[in-house]
Design a protein around this ligand. Sequence first.
Ligand code: ADP
Length: 191
Amino acid sequence: MLNIVLFGPPGAGKGTQSERLIEKYGLVHLSTGDVFRANIKGETQLGLLAKSYMDAGKLVPDEVTINMLRSEVIKYDSPKGFIFDGFPRTNAQAEALDAFLGELQTSITLMVGLEVEEAELKQRLLKRAEFSGRPDDADPAIIEKRIHVYNEETAPVKSFYEAQNKFVAIDGIGSIDEITQRLFAAVDKNI
Ligand code: ADP
């Protein structure tokens, strides 16, 4: 299997680039943010819980997120691989993912990290708010909080994969196509 973690701060372009990667490599796209938003829309219990954290720019608790991710992964019968978008976001999630994939006799192939500086991220998120309808994009204070949470809790996950020689940094500035080409090159080199 080809299992890719697409990593990067909020607004780095993970969703956009995921679309390109799943198309080229035939992967299943698992975005924890998308699953939470679908649950919010469907007014499920999980959605109700997730919403309180998401609207505040905080992470949904690890246990809830990990269980949700597991139940998504096992929905697929012999997939070619997964692209994990927005997961893992903490070291505890990364450890749980390794253990879980181990049970399925597979592992993470590569983490690709999109690197974009803070000022650009803030601009992109405010721009996205104009059409995304996401309350967490519309408020500069919440954006600030998400970037802070990213720096504190999520950025360290990079070291987790660096220690396994699985991390590749990708310059996330440029046209969407240019960035896609950088990602393809990084993936092709590692499969
Ligand atoms: P972005 O990366 O642009 O912030 P996402 O759609 O990936 O957007 O995530 C939106 C929100 O969903 C996060 O701010 C967080 O509240 C919640 N979320 C998504 N993935 C996770 C995760 N792995 N762990 C905890 N919370 C998560």
